[in-house]
Design a binder for this molecule. Structure first.
Ligand SMILES: Nc1ncnc2c1ncn2[C@@H]1O[C@H](COP(=O)(O)OP(=O)(O)O)[C@@H](O)[C@H]1O
Ligand SMILES: [Mg+2]
Length: 290
């Protein structure tokens, strides 16, 4: 049997090279306030992989995506066991574009901080008088460049995203920049409207795109999981204050209340958090997680 070792180990995910495809595995690790906690959140990886699968299926007519299969039977033998089952996605290998495509439907986080300071988010002027967590009149596209490990991603203007792409793909910068911006907004609008109808606000999210062998722009990475997005419960939503995170609310609250935590959560917080992931999955997909 062919053995595999991850070519990349992120905070939460692992990537395996399989020739023309990649196998992206979402682990049960959880991070909060930028550190990886010592607990494993049972089934988190599988729930997030199945959630990405749901969204890739839901939007495949709008934008082509990299998903090939989430069934380990379609993958090399090495992956056909409990360690990988449910949490692995085989994907078409892409040449990734060096832009993180962020879209914001609500004003929060770094966007809110910047708006309070000067009325703009990533150079985009917003109407006066917005409150924290308020819905924006229209979703805004706020790209960033992927920083080297340890540094924060840098927010850039749309014009700058053209230059960054042009530098790597001469003659194609504007075309790619426009394509990924339009795809990002279209995907967000369709999915946020759907999620809202199921009781979940997707405040903002990040997509990544790449080029397939024929030079087509294809959606990659993970899609609309709580790890790449801010999910808020619609129930109790009210502008004028920060909103609880759908999935990490108990984790953050407990860490804040227990500064000497040594990055280890009590079992009760883990259980409640697992239940939140299951709840989000069931609300969005209409199916119980098994
Ligand atoms: N279809 C794909 N082809 C090639 N690379 C991909 C594809 N989908 C996602 N990636 C890349 O795989 C990596 C996933 O790693 P991740 O755990 O998110 O760590 P990080 O975001 O810190 O790089 C990212 O660099 C992402 O751009
Ligand atoms: Mg990533």
């Amino acid at each position: 049997m062919q053995e595999f070792a991850p070519i990349k180990e992120g905070k939460v995910r692992e990537v395996y090279d399989n020739g023309n495809s990649l196998i992206i595995v979402a682990t049960d690790r959880i991070s909060a306030f930028d550190v990886i906690l010592r607990n494993k959140i049972t089934n988190k990886g599988a729930i997030l992989t199945q959630m990405s699968k749901f969204w890739f299926d839901f939007t495949k007519e709008v934008v082509p995506n990299h998903m090939i299969s989430v069934d380990v039977k379609d993958m090399p033998e090495f992956f056909q066991n409990e360690q990988f089952e449910g949490k692995s996605m085989m994907c078409q290998k892409l040449e990734m574009l060096p832009i993180e495509c962020i879209v914001r439907g609500y004003i929060t986080g770094s966007g809110w901080a910047s708006y309070k300071e000067n009325g703009t988010v990533c150079g985009i002027k917003l109407p006066e008088g917005l409150q924290e967590s308020e819905k924006l009149p229209e979703p805004i596209y706020t790209p960033s460049t992927k920083a080297e490990i340890g540094l924060h991603d840098e927010n850039i203007s749309f014009e700058r995203s053209i230059e960054v792409l042009e530098a790597q793909f001469p003659g194609k910068g504007e075309e790619y920049a426009v394509k990924i911006k339009e795809a990002t907004i279209a995907l967000y609008k369709k999915c946020a409207a759907y999620a809202l109808s199921k009781g979940i606000i997707i405040a903002d999210t990040k997509f990544e795109f790449g080029l397939d062998r024929d030079g087509n722009v294809v959606l990659g990475d993970e899609m609309l999981t709580p790890d790449s997005s801010r999910f808020w419960p619609l129930d109790g939503y009210e502008a004028g204050k920060g909103q609880p995170s759908f999935d990490k609310q108990y984790v953050r609250d407990w860490l804040r209340a227990n500064p000497d935590n040594e990055n280890l959560l009590p079992e009760e917080v883990v259980t409640r958090t697992v239940d939140k992931y299951k709840e989000a999955f069931a609300l969005l997909t209409g199916k119980e997680f098994k």
